[in-house]
Design a protein around this ligand. Sequence first.
Ligand SMILES: *Cc1c(COP(=O)(O)O)cnc(C)c1O
Length: 429
Amino acid sequence: MAKLAINGGTPIRTTLFPAYNTIGEEEKQAVAKVLDSGNLSQYLGAWTDDFFGGPTVRAFENAWKEQLGCKHAISVNSNTSGLFAAMGAIGIQPGDEVIVSPYSMSASAIAPLVYGGIPIFADIDPVTFCMDPVSIEANITPRTKAILIVHIMGHPADMTRIMQLAKQHNLRVIEDCAQAPMGKYKNQYVGTFGDIGIFSLNYHKHIHTGEGGVMVTNDDALAFRCQMIRNHAENIVGPTETADLTNMIGYNYRMTEVEAAIGIEQLKKLPSLLKQRLENVTFFDEQLAQFPALKLQPKQPEGNVHCYYTYPIVFDKTIAGIERNAFVAALNAELPSAILRETAPLIGCGYVKPLYLAPIYQQKAAWAFKPELYPHEVSYAKGLCPVAESMHFEQLFSHEYMRPGMTKADMQDVIDAIAKIFENKDELR
Ligand SMILES: *Cc1c(COP(=O)(O)O)cnc(C)c1O
């Protein structure tokens, strides 16, 4: 008789796990206040006081600024918009190279292409899954203009070495902090090391406003360029007598008063949500240590905060005696694979397919690749980033069972399911 659920046995658990829902009474009241005002967005795409948005948008930006201790916070309608605006603000032009990560959400690599820049993929570190500074350095050419780093899964990237490289080669640094709100590296918030940091407020993130994003910077000139790109720059450059018109074609990346009202309340909840998440991470760290085939990320040094957007585990198939994919499929069968807030499974093999393998890169399907704009070779061939590929296709899996709202008993079910699979692994061979 089979014991494992994947082979017809009884699963460890069939009832859904608690939904992750950060929205409550506070957000409802804040939104009601905005609705009562009748003013859902006060932006004007012209050089007036309303160029910077309405009162709630400004209050939200102030709150974010205070939280991170930075000079400027610029709300946008998504992290993706923020990444695009950042590329524009730092002056990316056709032929410029930007070093990006192959192991991130697609927007963090595609952003340079919007301005004709060429994404150059650096491989990741096998422990942090952030870009490896050794690979970044190996990819620097005379055409490199910027490094777009990602604090992936909430793990802070090696900012000391990245900032050293940037200084040495005169490069801009953009930090994609979508997965690391209030993450820290050496006691400093991520997003405040580089020229611009960008946070996401989409539905999947630690806190959210449905859709939304925030850019942070300490540079006055860059802040204004971001604000112009956010809101119809072409109307602003004249009245403000802006000298440098590079990339000063504006978009509409504006956040509404409604999202800003939600964002203010969400930001207040972030410290406690992160604390609960990290307490759950400690539970998993302790419990999973009993399984020698599961390699966990090491404890963070004092002063660092890893935000654990997802909880990554490197699966050692030699020790396990079974393949990762068989293990993950078995685990999914033992547990309900979705929670109410999400339709996506809570557990998956790897994270995302290394980005350069996507058709847009394989076919170089962007105007930026035209030989008259970029008369150089760039490879997106399979094998380009061996660590990212090995992690994705063979070794890594990640779960989200450490979300706030999970009780000890809920998490214990996950541990029991893993123990059950290892006890009965002969069924998977
Ligand atoms: C979610 C995410 C984005 C995109 O954020 P949006 O707000 O949905 O545009 C970009 N980069 C990373 C690393 C993300 O996780």
